[in-house]
Design a protein around this ligand. Structure first.
Ligand SMILES: *Cc1c(COP(=O)(O)O)cnc(C)c1O
Length: 411
């Protein structure tokens, strides 16, 4: 999302009342992204990308369904108003922990199964339970090695379908969906392969399923030269697959898409302040008050986030790039660098001349921003704000306090 004057004013207002750093989401961007996907029978939001209940409520209001991957995400979905009925909530995982399994059985939540052991564990206590299976298509794709979720190096999904089907039959589980998610950053080239695999697998499994899920990972731009996925083409490929499957099964099925970042990434900003500047022989370090405990993507994946610099005096965006700098955080660890490659090597960014007290804004952090934050270095989780459709600022999470952070410890 570009920072226009109107939003800059709002940011200024928040800063005057609160400390930086904080997250800010713009609701209209989320709604716009959802609209682009409306051709799919079902849009299922991958909650892990952005899990604040206020965001989930926006998603629910637009009649999306939701993917959950943990007990915590189940509880969030329920609070946001999602029902366990009609596959509104689907639990995707490769394992059950016992607490989560019990809650799933009690609520009768559909499970998207990723391992044969899960079939056994669920089947034993909940025969007839509604399930999907997540298939490992034996190839994958990711914007980074760590987000590639298919192929022989991936722990995700079921490799041996024949054994899985045998176990499903043994426990009389009700198989109603087939799911493939190959990773994040799906493009049209590998999409063809995924669609073909889906067709083949449905024929091989030959059960009267109700749903096919094309997974998430829809490409969304981070760098200036990157382009958003062509949703129309993406949909066309899948619609063709759906048609073929309907013909084979001789029944109607639903086609789902399951994006996280496509919906939320562009809506989010992280606003931080420059607290110190120092030079070594090689680099000029701009030290800000947000760290990798807040925004993990750069250290985790070498991710690029567009950066804007706000002048502390007149609160305008500084325009003219003039210096190559390294942006670093406060964490006591040398990897706490926001400008790095995915091998961990530092890179510089050409930015306007920055002074202590200026504000640094990271763009496109609505997905895997706040939801990936941690308490490392005993740093509290920071607040989240939402810019509503009526252009009002709503605080949707307050900052964690230190007491809450240490409260769990038995002293
Ligand atoms: C993470 C994940 C998604 C969403 O991925 P994005 O890249 O955010 O679209 C969808 N489905 C599953 C099963 C996932 O694990």
């Amino acid at each position: 999302m570009k920072i226009k004057k109107k939003i800059l004013k709002k940011i200024h207002k928040i800063i005057k009342k609160n400390n930086t750093p904080f997250w800010l989401y713009k609701k209209s961007v989320i709604l716009k992204q959802i609209k682009k996907l409306k051709k799919f029978d079902v849009i299922r939001f991958a909650q892990k990308s952005c899990s604040n209940i206020n965001i989930l409520k926006i998603i629910k209001k637009k009649k999306l369904k939701i993917d959950v991957v943990s007990l915590g995400e189940i509880e969030r979905a329920l609070i946001a108003g999602f029902s366990p009925k009609n596959d509104e909530i689907v639990f995707t995982s490769d394992i059950f922990d016992s607490e989560t399994l019990l809650r799933i059985v009690n609520l009768n939540i559909t499970v998207n199964i990723g391992s044969i052991d899960m079939i056994k564990q669920l089947g034993k206590i909940s025969p007839g339970h509604n399930i999907w299976i997540r298939i490992n298509p034996k190839f994958g794709y990711g914007h980074n090695r760590k987000t590639n979720t298919g192929g022989e190096n991936s722990k995700h999904g079921i490799w041996n379908i024949k054994s899985a089907i045998k176990k499903i039959e043994k426990y009389k589980l009700k198989l109603s969906g087939i799911h493939i998610h190959i990773g994040s950053g799906v493009n049209l080239k590998n999409l063809k392969k995924v669609c073909k695999t889906m067709e083949k697998k449905v024929i091989e499994i030959n059960k009267k399923i109700n749903v096919i899920s094309s997974g998430g990972g829809l490409l969304t731009p981070y760098k200036p030269n990157e382009k958003e996925i062509n949703v129309k083409k993406h949909y066309k490929y899948w619609k063709n697959t759906k048609n073929k499957i309907e013909k084979f099964l001789n029944k109607k099925i639903l086609l789902e898409t399951e994006p996280g970042r496509f919906i939320t990434s562009k809506s989010g900003l992280l606003i931080s302040q420059v607290r110190a500047i120092k030079k070594t022989n090689k680099y000029k370090f701009i030290l800000i008050n947000a760290g990798f405990n807040d925004l993990m993507r750069p250290i985790m994946y070498g991710s690029y986030h567009n950066i804007s610099v706000i002048n502390k005096n007149n609160f305008k965006i500084k325009k003219k790039n003039s210096e190559n700098v390294v942006i670093a955080g406060p964490i006591c660890e040398s990897g706490d660098i926001f400008t790095q490659k995915n091998n961990g090597n530092i890179i510089t960014r050409n930015l306007p001349k920055i002074k202590v007290g200026d504000y640094i804004i990271f763009h496109d952090v609505g997905a895997y921003g706040a939801s990936m934050s941690s308490n490392y270095n005993s740093r509290p989780l920071i607040s989240e704000f939402l810019l509503t459709s009526k252009n009002k600022i709503k605080k949707i999470r307050r900052k964690q306090n230190i007491k809450e952070l240490i409260n769990l410890e038995i002293i």
